[in-house]
Design a binder for this molecule. Structure first.
Ligand code: NAD
Length: 365
């Protein structure tokens, strides 16, 4: 089969880790007889420099024609000025909105070989394996009004956390569907003791749960969740939560996997179903890590595992997804590490070299 993919490397380490993702993609293509037509585009700081905008309409149009989008990271210290009219991250928000990729799936899986790489005690993190489903196109990041203005008593700013029942329902369905394929337990995370949007979230979740009698549902306040996540991470199977809470708890969750460089993500525009192909974009959860740019030391595994998620959700090719995940598992067992997950007696590799060993494992040559 031939597939059309957009490749948006972005800023900082984005291009370096994504090049390794593409290397592994091509390795899978070679082994399984797929070919990929790749169209490159600009996003983030590089797009601001070249085109004056963080994501041009031409790039959005190009992305909409693809089977899926592979994405690196955005963020450039040159555009950090809070007074600036345009920020690299605007490109990412625009892309999420344009593609309506409302469901962000972030697996939190600790490879047993990386137990020593986490700062937490082995008996706590051992067996960590859960998924966070984060709502991605609503809540505080998109709600209106959203503005800053000046009053006679100084400056004020407002962001709005707003959700409709339809927005909540579709993301909660994604959570239930994923739980059905796993250990059948869904934790809905909110702040229903204080926020009205969270109370609606809880009401809708309880209503939808009637369609999933086989799934055990519980509700947890986000503050409790942050604590529980590092006290008893094995408690969780699937978490579903709104945009901002999901953003924050998944960075915390990355410490359970050993490194930010180990956490992939899929942002999809539909509810996953057997064999269905859904448009989506695939990226590591980390940012552009500017201090590591150009050093060939960033860990590309989160990006490579994101390519596996693309095979699973956008191309409905489960075997190919597993092929990549198994290759990562194997090279970790063989002792290959990047600096962030390095341990005593292990073999330290750079970004490119890590991509090479994983691609080689995939092709078997
Ligand atoms: P970051 O995720 O870029 O990096 C934080 C730290 O995590 C790094 O200094 C590094 O020590 C480590 N790290 C991250 N990725 C790694 C990898 N692949 N391998 C090894 N170590 C890795 O977060 P930040 O420094 O807070 O943000 C830098 C820029 O990225 C900012 O401009 C921010 O807005 C942006 N950002 C973008 C995204 C995105 O594109 N999706 C997400 C988060 C932050």
């Amino acid at each position: 089969m031939k597939y059309n993919l957009a490749v948006l490397p972005g800023d900082g380490i984005g291009p370096e880790v994504l090049a390794e993702g593409v290397k592994v993609l091509e390795a899978v293509g070679k082994r399984c007889g797929h070919s990929f037509e790749l169209t490159y585009g600009l996003i983030g700081g590089v797009a601001i420099t070249a085109e004056g905008t963080a994501l041009s309409e031409a790039t959005v149009k190009m992305c909409k024609k693809q089977d899926a989008i592979l994405f690196g990271a955005v963020g450039d210290p040159r555009y950090d000025d809070p007074m600036a009219k345009v920020h690299p991250e605007d490109g990412l928000l625009r892309l999420r909105q344009a593609l309506d990729t409302f469901a962000n799936i972030r697996p939190v899986f600790l490879f047993p070989e990386l137990i020593e790489a986490t700062p937490l005690k082995t008996n706590i993190v051992k067996g960590t394996d859960f998924v966070v489903v984060r709502e991605l196109t609503g809540g505080l990041y998109f709600g209106k009004p959203k503005r800053q203005w000046t009053t006679s008593r100084g400056r004020r700013a407002v962001d709005t956390m707003a959700y409709s029942e339809q927005e909540i329902a579709r993301i909660v369905h994604v959570g239930f569907e994923l739980a059905r394929k796993r250990r059948k337990k869904l934790t809905s995370v909110d702040k229903a003791n204080v926020l009205l949007s969270s109370r609606l979230w809880r009401q809708v979740t309880m209503e939808i749960s009637k369609e999933y009698p086989d799934i055990e549902l519980d509700h947890m306040l986000v503050d409790t969740c942050t604590m529980r996540m590092i006290q008893t991470p094995t408690y969780f199977d699937v978490i579903v939560t709104e945009n901002t809470f999901g953003d924050i708890i998944t960075d915390e969750a990355s410490t359970l996997t050993g490194s930010m460089g180990m956490m992939p993500s899929a942002s999809i525009a539909g509810i996953p179903a057997e064999g269905a192909r859904i448009i989506g974009f695939y990226e590591p959860i980390h940012g552009s890590a500017p201090k590591h740019a150009g050093k060939n030391d960033a860990n590309p595994i989160a990006t490579i595992l994101s390519v596996a998620m693309m095979f699973r959700y956008s191309l409905a090719l489960e075997k190919e997804a597993r092929m990549i995940e198994t290759a990562v598992e194997d090279i970790l067992k063989e002792g290959y590490r990047t600096y962030d997950i390095m341990g005593a007696g292990m073999k330290k590799l750079g970004t490119k070299e890590m991509g090479d060993v994983i691609a080689k494992k995939v092709t078997g040559k």
